[in-house]
Design a protein around this ligand. Structure first.
Ligand code: FAD
Ligand code: NDP
Length: 436
């Protein structure tokens, strides 16, 4: 048995939703057998960032269909009906188990062969498991990862089963920071454990990290830094304590693990060229086989702003924009769509804090604003940093900015604003960008 489509999007996450919208806008909808999305999730594409934020709120937490794509960029809400109305075939709850790039076919877990003329790979990433570090216990009833709605439902259920209890959060990256904040808001006591000297080690400077760690501490979070989890004590299918390398024992009613992600490239190993752990594509998001495009977390693409350096970015804005660009390139009959010119953009929201980052955190970091540890959260903090490389602004971080201020720092990065004197940049701070 089998079906054939002109275009198949493999994966039904953020990038798939934005690709579908772009397809409909450019193509005026899809005729039957034209476009199909295959996803192993049971829902139409949704805005994944909601899972570590609104979804975990103690009250009025949004649930699907409220956060299907593309509401995250204030665009249309693409419900299952939307796909039906626009002639797009959604194949949900179906895993693709093998791909044959030469034959242009995909084999699904239900034994169906789906063939395509053009494929968009949007398989995203998966959570790294503790087992990959030699620690067992991931399948315990109170150990939570967070990648999809199913994970989020488990996390909510476990959190509600131990009000006032102890959570150990393993990992000091995005998941760790956002989940720790959500747990505290749900009246759970949190201890964060991670191997680095400070949280968000790959993005934050020590000074920026110090601010957030102080803020979290003021909300009751305990940090155990430069520490490794070596095992978990399990009783009746539940973790009761997390054991560290130095023998310390952290009692736990629940554990949340956020120790990184790996791009889902396995179906294409040996068939497409890979780089930086992802599928290598050109500026039109086209892989080493011209009938395949890759977008979102799985794509390693050249960033013009960084001199064409090939990067793989695991962030939602990148998924949205690379998806749209791939569809524009794929449907481009006149050759008018050029290479993507992307300004990397990441953000996070925790408690009442909110930050944005643009560009590359490479070069010398120059801080501005009031980075003093918070006074219990009374005043809204505003501070940030520029990264200066070769006399130009390469990256910028801003906490607590207004829309205009975020746009101004983004613009400083985009144009590579010249910095003649670092001390002067430090003195002018945010005004360097806003009064340029
Ligand atoms: P995904 O959205 O992960 O979608 C991939 C899809 O492919 C999934 O539906 C998956 O099930 C499916 N799939 C994979 N393999 C197969 C297969 N073999 N067969 C069928 N289907 C398959 N980024 C930010 O910038 N800001 C944030 O605040 C933020 N918050 C986040 C919060 C959470 C909890 C998570 C997990 C991520 C967050 N991100 C955030 C990152 C952002 O969500 C991702 O970068 C984005 O989802 C990537 O989109 P994607 O479409 O490439 O992958
Ligand atoms: P991250 O890569 O952000 O962070 C993983 C963290 O775990 C790092 O601090 C890492 O340290 C640490 N770590 C690695 N190994 C261990 C270990 N054995 N024990 C304890 N800590 C360890 O990944 P996340 O899991 O936080 O996020 C998963 C995905 O979700 C990413 O793609 C992320 O971009 C995305 N996401 C993005 C959000 C956003 O943009 N706001 C929000 C939520 C998720 P080290 O750096 O030393 O390896």
């Amino acid at each position: 048995m089998g079906r054939a489509f002109d275009y198949v999007i493999l994966g039904g996450g953020v990038a798939a939703g934005y690709a579908a919208l772009e397809f409909v806008r450019r193509n005026g909808g899809a005729s039957s057998q034209e476009l199909c999305i295959i996803s192993d999730e049971h829902f139409a594409p949704y805005e994944r960032p909601a899972l570590s934020k609104g979804y975990l709120l103690p009250q009025d937490a949004p649930r699907l269909p409220a956060f299907h794509t593309c509401v995250g960029s204030k665009d249309e809400l693409l419900t299952e009906e939307w796909y039906n109305e626009h002639g797009i075939v959604l194949v949900l709850g179906t895993r693709v188990i093998s791909a044959d790039v030469r034959r242009k076919t995909l084999l699904t877990s239900s034994g169906e062969i789906i063939s395509y003329k053009t494929l968009i790979v949007a398989t995203g990433a998966r959570a790294v498991k503790l087992e990959e570090f030699g620690v067992s216990g991931s399948d315990a009833r109170n150990v939570c990862y967070l990648r999809n709605v199913e994970d989020a439902d488990k996390l909510v259920g476990v959190m509600r089963s131990c009000p006032g209890g102890n959570a150990v959060v393993v990992g000091g990256g995005y998941i760790g920071m956002e989940c720790a904040a959500a747990l505290v808001t749900n009246n759970i006591k949190v201890t964060m454990v991670f191997p680095e000297k400070h949280c968000m080690g790959r993005l934050f400077t020590p000074k920026i990290a110090e601010f957030y760690e102080s803020y979290y501490a003021s909300r009751g979070v305990t940090f155990v830094k430069e520490a490794a989890v070596t095992s978990m004590q399990i009783s009746a299918g539940k973790v009761t304590a997390v054991i560290l390398g130095d023998g310390r024992r952290l009692p736990a009613d629940m554990v949340v693990v956020g120790v990184g992600a790996r791009a889902n490239t396995g179906l294409f190993d040996g068939q497409l060229v890979m780089e930086n752990g992802g599928i290598k594509v050109n500026g039109r998001m086209q892989a080493s086989d011209a009938s395949v495009y890759a977008v979102g977390d799985v794509a390693a693409f050249p960033v013009k702003l960084f001199g064409g350096d090939v990067r793989r970015l695991e962030h939602v804005d990148c998924a949205r924009r690379t998806a749209r660009h791939a569809v524009a390139a794929m449907l481009d009959a006149t050759g008018s769509v050029g290479d993507i010119d992307y300004l990397p953009f990441f953000y996070s929201r925790v408690f009442s804090l909110s930050w944005q980052f643009y560009g590359d955190n490479a070069g010398e970091a120059v801080h501005f604003g009031d980075l003093a540890p918070p006074d219990g959260g009374a005043a809204a903090p505003k501070f940030g940093a520029y990264w200066v490389r070769d006399g130009r602004v390469a990256g910028a971080f801003l906490e607590g900015g207004s829309r205009q201020e975020y746009e101004a720092v983004a613009s400083a990065v985009r144009r590579g604003a010249a910095v003649a004197d670092v001390a002067e940049l430090e003195r002018r701070g945010l005004a360097f960008a806003t009064q340029a």
